[in-house]
Design a protein around this ligand. Structure first.
Ligand SMILES: [Zn+2]
Ligand SMILES: [Zn+2]
Length: 355
């Protein structure tokens, strides 16, 4: 392998690590193009994507012996969805507070990507990874936060949705665009958020902090400022994200880890009983709750954006798979029905939005 290629691998890996191990595809593509001294534009974006993926595969070969891997994870974020629904590039720039100043039109358009590169350790369990970042007393609060953020909030009416809640509004509008069940909204032609029922997982900091203090997991030595500081660090390390309304939810790193956690129960991968019981212990309680909202197609946890069948409450699809599912139904001229209970999806009341 020549030196410049090795250097390129090193530079890309260093960049990924500098982002705390999680980077949005357009951002990494931009870095890659700069390193290659190429301009990123519509004409060469596919080629650069392929080349970047080849480079990542090479990096993974050398990481393999150390049990690390860079993997791609699909997750639409509210920011990407806002970019998709923006009428023009101009409004995208105006609305996009996280615009990194990149001046090319196409690079901005790429923000609608739903792909992330995630640097992950294949051997350590979620709890042992957390244990390297947090003191044992702090871990008590961290565990509490994870447990709470895995619990779905009560069902609410879309009509009661706070319109300033960017995240939920973005997911609702995008799901409607795909599945087109919200006939009321189409008929009256207003730009209202429409109707239906939704659930979500995010929780306010007060409910997390007060809830912890009142729970039997409370650690007296942790002051209010310590707890706030832990929440901030969890966001920095991309385990959690905080939305405009101040609420917290699990984020890419957690979702990647939880995906692996589910996988280890799905496939008998031959790992020893000891390893398994350690994993069970480390992520206590999550197994039960996770059995609920697993995507019917890709087996990913449906957490940020998706739907659930309101009739059987057993059929879940995340946003990407919802598209795939509808394409499949339409191309075979089948009606859109729940794969489990065969309930037909005709109306917004046939589904529950996960926002
Ligand atoms: Zn899926
Ligand atoms: Zn069903």
């Amino acid at each position: 392998m020549n030196d410049s290629k090795t250097q390129l691998q090193h530079d890309i890996l260093t960049y990924i690590l500098s982002t705390n191990g999680i980077v949005h595809e357009p951002e990494l593509l931009d870095v890659y193009a700069q390193l290659k001294k190429k301009e990123l534009n519509e004409a060469n974006v596919l080629k650069l994507q392929t080349k970047l993926d080849r480079l990542i595969a090479l990096i993974n070969e050398s990481l393999h012996s150390m049990d690390y891997k860079i993997e791609k994870y699909r997750q639409y974020t509210p920011m990407a969805l806002r970019t998709i629904s923006s009428a023009s590039i101009g409004s995208t720039i105006a609305n996009d507070s996280t615009n990194d100043g990149s001046s090319t039109r196409d690079a901005i358009d790429l923000k609608k990507s739903n792909l992330f590169y995630v640097y992950t350790n294949l051997k350590l369990t979620q709890s042992s990874k957390l244990a390297t970042f947090y003191k044992p007393t702090e871990l008590e609060f961290v565990k509490y936060v994870f447990k709470k953020l895995m619990e779905p909030n009560e069902l609410s009416s879309i009509k009661d949705l706070n319109l300033s809640n960017d995240k939920s509004v973005s997911y609702k509008q995008y799901i409607d665009k795909i599945i087109r069940l919200d006939h009321n909204n189409e008929e009256d032609g207003t730009s209202s958020i429409g109707s239906g029922t939704y659930t979500s997982f995010n929780k306010g900091s007060t409910s997390l902090i007060v809830g912890f203090r009142n729970s039997d997991m409370n650690v007296d030595s942790l002051k209010l400022s310590d707890l706030e500081n832990i929440l901030t660090r969890l966001c920095e390390n991309k385990w959690l994200t905080q939305y405009g309304d101040g609420s917290y939810s699990l984020y890419i790193r957690s979702l990647v880890e939880l995906k692996d956690y589910i996988k280890c129960f799905d496939n008998d991968d031959g790992s020893s009983e000891t390893e398994r019981s350690e994993e069970r212990e480390g992520t206590e309680g999550e197994g039960e709750e996770l059995n609920g909202n697993i995507c019917n197609i890709c087996q990913k946890i449906v957490y940020l954006g998706g739907i659930e069948c309101s009739n059987c409450n057993s059929f879940y699809l995340d946003i990407d798979c919802l598209k795939q599912f509808l394409n499949r139904c339409h191309s075979s001229d089948q009606s859109v029905i729940c794969s489990y209970c065969k309930h037909e999806f005709n109306d917004v009341n046939d589904i529950i939005y996960i926002l």
